[in-house]
Design a protein around this ligand. Structure first.
Ligand code: SF4
Length: 213
C-alpha cells in the first residue's frame, strides 16, 4: 500500500523546491506528496525532447491541469527542439538509458538549474527518476552536475519511488484518467517503439515526416 501520509522534509533547512516535471503521470504522486507535506513547490516544465508538438502540448496540458488542481505554480519553459536535436543527434542510435538519454537529462536539468539560480531557489529536483524505465543513478549524476555550476544551489536526489511512490503513481494515473504514453518522448524513442510495434504486427504511431529532420 502506498503511504500517502508519509511526510517529506526538505534537506538542509531549504524553504522551497523547484521541481522539474517531465509529465503529469510521473509528477502527480510527487506533487501530491509535497503538497500534503506543506512544502512550497513550483513546477518547472522544460522538455524540448518531446515530439511531435501535438504530443508535447498534450503532456504539458495534463500537467498544467493537475498542478492547478493542487494549487501549485506551473512554469512553462521553452520548447527549443532544435537545440535539443543538435546536442543529441550524434547519439540517435543509442539504446534507451545510454549516452543519448544522459545528454537529454543534462539538457533538461541544466536549464532547470539555470532557472532555479535566476529565481533564487536553493533546491531543485526532478520527476524523471520515478519511472522504473529510467536509470536513477544517471539522473542523479546529471542533476548534481547541473547544480554544481551555482553557489547556493543543490540537487535533491530523493528517490520518489520509495514509500509507495511508484504504486501511487499508477493509482493516480487511473484516477485522473491520464492518457497512456506509448513512448518516452523523443523522435528516437518513437522510432524504436514503432520498430517494436511492427515486429509485433501492431499499427505504428503516425507522425509527420518533417519531425525526423
Ligand atoms: S529516450 Fe527518453 S530520456 Fe532518452 S533521449 Fe529520448 S526522450 Fe530523452
Amino acid at each position: 500500500m502506498p503511504d500517502t501520509d508519509f511526510t517529506l522534509t526538505l534537506p538542509n533547512h531549504t524553504q522551497r523546491l523547484l521541481l522539474h516535471s517531465c509529465c503529469a503521470p510521473c509528477s502527480a504522486s510527487i506533487i501530491e506528496r509535497l503538497v500534503n507535506s506543506n512544502i512550497d513547490v513550483t513546477i518547472y516544465f522544460y522538455n524540448p525532447n518531446i515530439q511531435p508538438q501535438k504530443e508535447y502540448l498534450l503532456r504539458k496540458e495534463q500537467n498544467i491541469q493537475f498542478a492547478k488542481k493542487y494549487g501549485v505554480t506551473f512554469i512553462d519553459g521553452d520548447y527549443d527542439t532544435k537545440a535539443w536535436l543538435n546536442r543529441t543527434k550524434a547519439f540517435a542510435d543509442e539504446p534507451e538509458r545510454g549516452q543519448r538519454c544522459k545528454i537529454c537529462f543534462d539538457i533538461r536539468l541544466e536549464q532547470t538549474a539555470r532557472f532555479a539560480h535566476q529565481h533564487h531557489f536553493e533546491l531543485f529536483s526532478s520527476s524523471l527518476g520515478i519511472s522504473r524505465w529510467k536509470n536513477l543513478e544517471q539522473i542523479h549524476a546529471c542533476g548534481q552536475e547541473a547544480a554544481s555550476h551555482y553557489l547556493n544551489l543543490q540537487y535533491w536526489s530523493f528517490n520518489w519511488r520509495k514509500q509507495g511512490g511508484s504504486q501511487r503513481m499508477v493509482e493516480l494515473a487511473k484516477q485522473e484518467h491520464f492518457y497512456q504514453q506509448q513512448y518516452c518522448g523523443c523522435i528516437y524513442s518513437l522510432r524504436d517503439t514503432n520498430r517494436w510495434r511492427l515486429a509485433k504486427g501492431m499499427d505504428v504511431i503516425e507522425i509527420g515526416a518533417d519531425q525526423y529532420q
